[in-house]
Design a protein around this ligand. Structure first.
Ligand code: HEC
Length: 109
């Protein structure tokens, strides 16, 4: 029983490590899904990458300058449409909205 504490400790550490691995994988999934969504719906007008210039609309890599990206999922769920004409209205489910926001957060510059 002398080794129990150490064994226990390494068990706990192993468990913690695997939890954070799962979390990271989940975050990566979300970002990937968000990117796919925005690519499907927004690329005709917006540059959705970390770099890139769009001509008709603001590039997404700069959205964080005008928007609080923590509030952005709610905006997407409620239905986002620009104040200017030319952008159709989009409504996202809660999951999709969070995925899209996770992606946007990952590309801000
Ligand atoms: C048909 C073209 C078009 C598509 C598709 C489009 N947008 Fe836009 N969007 C625009 C234009 C044009 C503007 C700039 C309007 C302006 O200057 O306020 C804009 C502006 C925005 C803005 C900034 C609004 C503001 O008030 O500053 C956000 C955020 C945005 N779009 C998000 C999205 C998202 C998210 C998608 C995909 C789900 C999307 N757009 C798809 C044309 C489009």
């Amino acid at each position: 029983m002398k080794h129990l504490p150490r064994t226990f400790l390494s068990l706990v550490l192993g468990l913690l490590a695997s939890i954070s691995l799962v979390n990271t994988a989940h975050a990566q999934d979300q970002i990937r899904r968000g990117r796919a969504l925005l690519q499907e719906f927004c690329t005709p007008c917006h540059a959705i990458g970390r770099t890139g210039v769009s001509h008709r609309a603001p590039p997404f890599s700069q959205l964080g300058r005008n928007f609080d990206l923590d509030q952005f999922p709610r905006l997407l769920e409620r239905g986002i449409s620009s104040t200017h004409p030319g952008m159709p209205e989009f409504k996202f489910s809660e999951d999709d909205a969070h995925a899209a926001a996770a992606y946007l957060r990952s590309i801000q510059r």
